[in-house]
Design a binder for this molecule. Structure first.
Ligand code: FES
Length: 259
């Protein structure tokens, strides 16, 4: 795995996509190493906050050395990021995490990519990198379906909304069943209840599934231990059934973790 480094990124643009959801584009050579499902740590200006905020990579362009981060404002750090403007600079640590194993989806297979809420953005880079038949199923609270047009460029895109204002009323599993879609392989990122449902479905049907547990991360750099989860296998350093999502993940094969 590439060495992680802290670097000063330049803000190219920032746009509001939905209530509390922002689209930040950065110029940084970190983009050269970025893969789908990985994330970066973004540092607030406020030096009393020593730890970065983990934000997943929505798109990376290695040639242009740009990263696109789509994030939700959830506290002081992310509120500060939402005020960044073109020409500002921000400190970024990366690249972090293992990413989605795209090589598991071979040509001829049907991959189903599922994203829910603020787990939707990393699915976009995954959709770009996967070279097989793909169906994208993304779920939102309401009709503010951010990134919908971006997804439509990369494959059949099915929407679920909790309030039923767009697409299937319900969650991504409801949309998958309603569409009668039969996946050969599943990739997912989103809130825990969604990932639990996908994990049970995949295990019941014997489908290979990779889930990103990034929602559980706090510091993103192995410092807070807030992200420990139970694993089926024993860790060879600590000899316990534990993994840290930020350093061992955030992507796990669904059967490997107990959630
Ligand atoms: Fe802090 Fe993993 S998020 S240790």
């Amino acid at each position: 795995m590439a060495q992680k480094k802290k670097t000063c990124a330049r803000v190219l643009s920032q746009e509001r996509l939905a209530d509390g959801v922002f689209d930040l584009r950065l110029q940084t050579d970190l983009a050269k190493e970025a893969r789908c499902g990985q994330f970066v740590g973004v540092y607030p200006e406020d030096k009393s906050a020593l730890l970065p905020r983990p934000i997943s990579i929505c798109e990376a362009n290695a040639q242009e050395e740009t990263l696109r981060l789509v994030y939700r404002v959830v506290g002081k750090g992310t509120a500060e990021f939402s005020g960044l403007k073109e020409g500002d600079t921000v400190e970024v640590l990366g690249i972090l995490g293992n990413g989605f194993p795209v090589e598991k989806a071979r040509p001829g297979m049907r991959a189903v990519l599922m994203g829910g809420g603020i787990g939707v953005p990393p699915i976009l880079q995954l959709a770009k990198e996967l070279d097989c038949e793909k169906t994208i199923v993304v779920g939102y609270r309401d009709g503010q379906c951010f990134l919908k047009e971006d997804f439509e460029k990369y494959g059949e895109t099915i929407i679920a909304t909790e309030d039923g204002s767009v697409g299937t009323k319900g969650n991504v599993m409801d949309a998958l069943k309603e569409g009668g879609i039969e996946p050969d392989i599943l990739y997912a990122c989103g809130p825990m209840p969604m990932l639990k449902a996908i994990r049970s479905y995949a295990m019941e049907k014997g489908i290979l599934a990779y889930i990103s547990l990034e929602e559980r991360m706090a510091c993103g750099v192995g410092a807070c231990l807030g992200c420990v989860c139970k694993t089926a296998a024993v860790d060879h350093h600590s000899h316990v059934h534990n993994a840290r999502i930020c350093t061992d993940g955030p992507v796990f094969e669904a059967r490997e973790v107990e959630i």
